[in-house]
Design a protein around this ligand. Structure first.
Ligand code: CDP
Ligand code: MG
Length: 775
């Protein structure tokens, strides 16, 4: 083994792939706020956990509030507005006033860019106008109007709203499709909301999109990666399908870019109804934006509450922009704490909202409650344009946003808090002026504006492009450099993504799609996970039955519940499921146990509670598993039961050899230290929830599913593997010392009389794709 450790060195394209940096000036006030702010959030979280642990409340149901049973809540009708009021509301939207001209413009042009303030009716009304104009019926043949959304939540909530407006059941005439959830009826659905990713997948199956008459690319100003890919694809598609209408909607920012991209597309602006918004900046730099926000909320709330006939009057609601779940929850907690300290404060309803929150809870912010009570909505960027909360008069803006960012050091995407752009700041302020004159409080100084970009950096210039590149290759777009990008990704970022695809075997040495790569696109999951299933269905690995469970388990967050106040108990419960040396096998075991108990006549929800498992998540796994099985069937992949755990481990090694690490320091006091085999200078650690912690490992090598970057670089979902497997399956990726080549049984392919298992890897690809390697 000592010998082997020397052989697997890995480490290749060091530091490749700089992205466009979304931080314009790292010494600016906002950049510093982003750094110190996230630290205070961490500290507060730990403090809170400690306090809770100290209390050690027992006997409290540990179903977290965010996972309360949605069915129970949905029973009662959410809103008793009758049809008349719905119609009245529709007629009052700014889009309604220009409906005629809008439709004429769309009829006269193949592409129309529609610009309108948030809440003007773009998302909910356009589809219905097009339907009313007969776009869903082409000489008796049913046609579908599609509207894409960058976020799943928006697709679902908007579809629900429109089905209510059209007085039909969700999933019939109006439906939505998001990954692993299809609420449409192929015979009935005429208006379909979907995520952009779903439309891309549909293009793979039917490049001409024959079922559709109109496609609305909504929220295009957000410039998500998929928006950009879709728009690029449409440039060609529109020429082949002259009858297809493309509508691109955008908030006021960014709109000109789309017009230029499509040459002659007209811009149609829906006249807005906005009121003036007064903007106040902080006088001094703030060091803790959570505390500053809470202080500002309380000031606004207390200063503007007056009494009228014995009751408080609410003069307008408050919308607070934070960066993510963590600081949102802490803001809400701190706010509750501060309110508790006051004697008889005016009533204030607190609503967090972020995109991973269950949709039934999100919907709560739309329900019209007692108008006398003020509400404060603490939101992520989701409330900037894609969700409209009515009644907002005050906006509090922390000036930061969380974005996905490719980290060349880790060769992966990470989430990072960065300053917003000027366009975002204006958009956020605008949310205060929808119902009447409003006020925005910016938690940064006026000087901070100078260090902001005018527009945000589009995702395509800052994230990993693997999935998109695989998709384009599958659509026979061989030369990525000639793809019509709205904004081109940095060359190194493109190359880096192509390299990753080559490393997992999706591209060959010439940069063309391999059979394996082609098969990967059949699954709506990350390419490496698809590879797991594909390999597992081969007789050599023989474990597809188990592998689809593992993949489904990896696709769902929060299988285990770990309430802060009962963390110890939860950890003990989890320990009972542990299979030695593998988090993947542990996941499999959890599912198997649960499934066995599902079949018994016991109270499964109580069983889950006892074992600290989330029933809802497991049910979802079951559903995803079923869908993966359908894809396997249609691709004629056999369902094979593993003969031993080694089948599964070997298959994991064969799919994840590019994400492997070697134990370097057994640290008795805490977390053992690993080093990445790919970048051998990079230290990595076991995630605190890993079942490998506190156990002796039989080899020093592991593969991991993902890296998460919090206080350290943590590997998440880890399995110990035989280093021999890494060589056997990853021989192209790793450098094998010459002296060692004869000793292992490599599947050597002869090419031009030369062995192809050496470091010639990638050489051809480099030339073909114009790679620049730095090592
Ligand atoms: O897309 P845009 O921002 O232009 O507006 P929209 O989303 O179509 O919203 C039009 C109106 O529908 C707003 O007044 C929203 O409050 C309302 N709406 C709703 O009540 N429930 C939803 N799920 C979505 C919109
Ligand atoms: Mg919208």
């Amino acid at each position: 083994q000592e010998y082997l450790q020397l052989q697997i060195t890995g480490g290749s394209i060091r530091g490749i792939g700089p992205t466009v940096n979304p931080i314009k000036d790292s010494t600016s006030e906002l950049a510093i706020m982003a750094r110190t702010g996230s630290m205070t959030v961490q500290t507060r979280r730990t403090q809170k956990e400690r306090a809770l642990q100290a209390k050690e409340r027992t006997g409290v149901s540990h179903e977290s509030t965010t996972d309360a049973n949605p069915d129970k809540q949905e029973k009662k009708p959410e809103d008793d507005t009758n049809r008349e009021t719905i119609l009245e509301q529709r007629r009052n939207l700014p889009a309604f006033a220009v409906k005629h001209d809008l439709i004429t413009t769309i009829r006269d042009n193949q592409v129309t860019i529609i610009i309108g303030e948030t809440g003007s009716g773009k998302t909910t009304q356009l589809t219905q106008y097009l339907y009313e104009e007969g776009f869903t019926n082409l000489n008796g043949v049913k046609q579908v109007i599609a509207c894409t959304q960058p976020r799943r939540v928006a697709a679902m909530s908007v579809a629900k709203r429109v089905s209510e407006e059209m007085n039909c059941k969700l999933g019939q005439e109006v439906g939505f499709t998001i990954r692993f959830e299809d609420k449409t009826d192929p015979n009935k659905t005429i208006i379909k909301y979907m995520t952009e990713g779903i439309l891309l997948r549909e293009i793979l199956v039917d490049p001409m999109l024959t079922n559709y008459s109109c496609i609305i690319i909504d929220e295009a100003h957000e410039r998500s990666l998929n928006t950009d890919i879709l728009l690029g694809l449409f440039r060609n598609l529109l020429m082949k399908r002259r009858d297809l209408k493309l509508i691109v909607t955008s908030a006021t920012m960014n709109a000109d870019k789309f017009t230029r991209f499509f040459g002659t597309a007209p811009q149609f602006t829906i006249p807005g109804r906005t009121y003036p918004v007064e903007v106040f900046f902080n006088k001094n730099t703030c060091s803790d934006y959570v505390e500053a926000a809470v202080k500002q909320i309380l000031t606004v709330h207390l200063r503007n509450s007056s009494m009228s006939s014995g009751e408080y009057v609410n003069d307008g609601d408050i919308l607070v922009f934070m960066t993510g779940q963590e600081d949102i929850e802490i803001t809400c907690d701190l706010l509750r704490e501060k309110l508790d300290l006051l004697e008889n404060p005016p009533p204030l309803d607190i609503y967090p909202i972020y995109s991973t929150m269950p949709s039934d809870l999100q919907r709560k912010i739309f329900t019209k409650k007692n108008l006398r009570r003020r509400k404060v909505v603490v939101a992520t960027n989701i409330a900037e344009t894609s969700l409209t909360v009515d009644g907002i008069k005050y906006v509090i803006d922390c000036g930061l946003v969380k974005v996905k960012l490719y980290n060349p050091k880790l060769s992966m995407d990470t989430l990072q808090v960065v300053p917003i752009s000027l366009a975002n700041a204006d958009q956020r302020s605008g949310r205060a002026g929808r119902v009447g004159p409003g006020i925005t409080y910016r938690l940064y100084t006026e000087r901070a504006i100078d260090s902001m970009y005018i527009q945000p950096i589009p995702e395509i210039q800052r994230t990993n492009l693997c999935n998109s590149m695989l998709l384009l290759k599958s659509l026979h777009i061989e030369d990525i450099n000639r793809f019509p990008f709205l904004d081109s990704p940095p060359k190194d970022l493109l190359n880096c993504s192509l390299y990753d695809l080559w490393a997992i075997g999706a591209l060959d040495n010439l940069g063309a799609l391999t059979q394996l790569g082609k098969s990967m696109t059949k699954f709506p999951i990350e390419p490496t996970l698809a590879k797991l299933i594909l390999l597992a269905s081969r007789p050599e690995f023989h474990c597809s039955e188990e592998m689809i469970t593992i993949v489904a388990m990896l696709s769902v967050p929060n299988i285990f519940s770990r309430p802060k106040e009962r963390a110890k108990e939860a950890d003990m419960a989890r320990d009972k499921f542990v299979i030695a040396e593998s988090d993947h096998l542990t996941l499999l075991n959890v599912y198997t146990q649960w499934n066995i108990n599902m079949g018994k006549r016991i109270n499964i929800s109580a069983w889950c509670n006892k074992n600290f498992l989330q029933l809802k998540s497991l049910l979802r796994v079951k559903d995803i598993r079923k869908q993966l099985l359908l894809i396997m069937n249609s691709s004629k992949l056999p369902l094979l039961k593993s003969r031993s755990d080694d089948d599964i481990r070997k298959c994991l090694a064969a799919s994840f050899y590019h994400q492997a690490a070697k134990l370097t320091k057994m640290n008795l006091s805490g977390n053992p230290e690993f080093v990445s085999l790919r970048h051998n200078y990079m230290k990595m650690y076991l995630h605190p929830t890993s079942s490998l912690l506190d156990s002796n490992l039989s080899t020093n090598f592991v593969i991991y599913h993902e890296l998460v970057l919090t206080t350290k670089e943590y590997m998440n979902y880890i399995t110990v593997v035989d280093p021999m497997w890494l060589l056997q399956f990853g021989y192209k990726f790793y450098t094998v010392a010459d002296s060692y080549k004869d000793k292992i049984n490599l599947p050597i392919t002869k090419k031009n009389g030369r062995n192809d298992c050496t470091n010639t890897r990638f050489h051809n690809l480099k030339i073909i794709q114009g790679f620049r390697m730095t090592d």
